[in-house]
Ligand binder design. Structure first.
Ligand code: FES
Ligand code: MG
Length: 589
């Protein structure tokens, strides 16, 4: 195998075989020997393959990768490469305070430096928990060496007293039951624990499952990779095949810049709708596209996302969980439905070395309860509604989780379908919401619109998943499970709230929400895709914007705030976007 000639000389040769600086070559080589590698291996001309390890004790959703990496290494070795595993900054969605969103860009920066500064010819990106997928893909684009995504897979399905309980979604639903006095705190904890029965990431179609499916739809994973539950035997087999394939990709010099085209991102948007994917897909797709040098606009979500149907019956938009999704055919079966509906750019190259069409042709599901046909969907027009108006330039709402109750109460006024007017109750932070939501003085009722500001990238910092605010307990007891809510932050991908999210620009930088006052009237018009504050210009001109936010607590928070963009634009480090294909430049000795 070592006699094969790569399309382009491996960059690791510049470390290990640079005849002009043999003194440095010796320095580069010597310490790798202390764990048993030989100079002959490193100088044999074989590709050095990085395994970007995102699993750790602090990242339990990805911890399966620690074990899985053995199979990945075996695949790499069997195909003639030399594996080198290294750690990625931990990202744990549920535990990282003030929010794991800070880590996406930090892990991105770290990974760029590792991939650029070390003798790596290609990389396996291990993914799972929400932000581990976009951060890895963003870095792979900036560096532009051959890269392949290996998902860690979801946990097994959770069960509680004969009913499926899914990650996150059970938390949001049980919180409402707790507020209504239907369950005790102990039952709440039992339900949460039951939703996490094994290793793996969230088993709902939350942000983790969404982003891993997106990686596959982009063409960055081997077909079928994303949905395999973490403990299944196929997961180890997929790790082995992925290890083998990345070595071939190194020889072929098949890079992210060839795979991550505009067509690929439009397909990712389409996929997000039909699987009922997480609202977090929007900033992550924007971020990945921008680092890939591809323009994705709000109109792309309207045109390529909104009018598609929901066809996957998985929580939070549907009923089931990850094991059934995998058994129903996983992401290839979804992509096959898109292809048959003429909604897939199928002739683009993927990491398999084949086109998307070749990857998914004929991968028809055997489970029509789980994966519906386009002409028999769970919901039509199921994508995100992108809104604008005088409160913000951009925000979105996930229509596939609008309940019948919510639709009947707010969106079904005869002659004014899709239009709702209400009175704002404004919270200046998530803490403010928690302190005051049950205060009867606020007079919150069915005509209220709850608004939270200070939750965006600069305000929080990082942008928090707090916009899916639940109504006061009293209202829940009366059967009002959700009120219209608006905010400049995000919500969990596992949430079933039809919240208006990602308001850009955020209040902390003087966006429209900063001028809002409790008692103002707001009109939401989903048919015109508008959201407007019904207060005249003269009155608004008198008001002082509320841009307050807490001081940075760490150096990174300060640096992040100084350079982060808004959620509409992916909340990337704006200065970083201009760096693309940095592997073309070799760092100095
Ligand atoms: Fe890590 Fe959901 S918390 S995948
Ligand atoms: Mg989350």
């Amino acid at each position: 195998m070592s006699e094969r000639t790569p399309v382009r000389p491996f960059r690791s040769r510049e470390w290990f075989a640079d005849s002009s600086r043999s003194d440095m070559t010796a320095v580069y080589l010597e310490r790798f020997m202390n764990y048993g590698l030989t100079p002959a291996e490193l100088r044999s001309g074989r590709p050095i393959i990085g395994i970007a390890q995102t699993g750790s004790d602090l990242s339990p959703c990805n911890r399966g990768h620690i074990e899985l990496a053995k199979r990945t290494r075996e695949g790499i070795r069997d195909a003639g490469g030399i594996p080198m595993e290294f750690p990625v900054h931990p990202i744990f969605e549920n535990c990282r305070r003030p929010t794991a969103a800070l880590d996406r860009n930090l892990a991105y920066l770290g990974l760029v430096e590792t991939l650029h500064g070390y003798p790596l010819d290609a990389v396996v990106l291990t993914t799972g928990c929400d932000k581990t997928t976009p951060s890895g893909i963003m870095a792979a684009s900036t560096v532009d060496i051959p890269a392949i995504v290996l998902s860690g897979g979801p946990m097994l399905d959770g069960w509680h007293e004969g009913e499926l309980v899914g990650s996150g979604t059970v938390i949001w639903r049980s919180r409402r039951k707790l507020a209504a006095g239907e369950i005790t705190e102990e039952e709440f904890i039992d339900l949460a624990a039951a939703s996490a029965p094994s290793i793996g990431h969230c088993n709902t179609m939350g942000t983790a499952s969404t982003m891993n499916a997106i990686a596959e739809a982009l063409g960055l994973s081997l077909p079928g990779c994303s949905a395999i539950p973490a403990p299944y035997r196929e997961r180890g087999q997929m790790a082995y095949e992925t290890g083998k394939r990345i070595v071939e990709m190194a020889y072929e010099d098949l890079k992210p810049s060839q795979i991550l085209t505009r067509e690929a991102f439009l397909d990712a948007i389409a996929l997000t709708t039909v699987i009922g994917g997480s609202t977090n897909a929007q900033p992550h797709i924007s971020a990945m596209a921008r680092h890939a040098g591809v323009e994705i606009t709000a109109d792309d979500w309207v045109e390529h996302g909104y009018p598609l149907p929901l066809i996957l019956n998985m929580q939070p938009a549907g009923q089931y969980l990850g094991e059934r999704f995998h058994r129903a055919g996983g992401t290839p079966a979804i992509l096959w439905e898109l292809l048959q509906a003429g909604k897939l750019n199928a002739d683009r190259i993927t990491v398999s070395g084949r086109t998307m069409r070749e990857n998914v042709e004929g991968r028809e599901t055997h489970d029509r309860e789980m994966i519906r046909r386009f002409d028999d969907p769970l919901k039509t027009d199921a994508g995100f509604v992108v809104l604008s108006g005088n409160l913000f330039d951009f925000a979105l709402m996930k229509t596939s989780v609008i309940s019948e109750e919510f639709r009947a109460r707010y969106l079904s006024t005869p002659g004014r379908e899709g239009v709702f007017e209400g009175v704002a109750v404004v919270f200046d932070s998530a803490e403010d919401y928690h302190h005051r939501i049950n205060d009867p003085v606020l007079g919150i009722d069915e005509n209220s619109i709850l608004v939270v500001r200070g939750a965006g990238p600069v305000g929080w910092p990082g942008s928090a998943e707090v916009v899916n605010m639940q109504p006061p307990d009293e209202l829940i007891r009366r059967g009002v499970a959700s009120l219209p809510v608006i905010g400049d932050g995000r919500q969990s991908g596992t949430s079933d709230s039809p919240a208006i999210l990602h308001a850009t620009p955020e209040a902390a930088i003087g966006g429209g929400l900063s001028l809002l006052r409790t008692g103002d009237r707001i009109r939401i018009d989903l048919t015109q895709r508008r959201c407007d504050l019904l207060v005249d210009e003269a009155e608004l001109a008198q008001r002082t914007p509320v841009t307050d936010h807490p001081p940075s607590q760490t150096p990174w928070q300060e640096l992040y705030r100084a350079h982060v963009g808004q959620l509409a634009d992916g909340a990337v480090l704006e200065f970083a976007v201009k760096y693309r294909g940095v592997a073309r430049t070799t760092p100095r000795h």
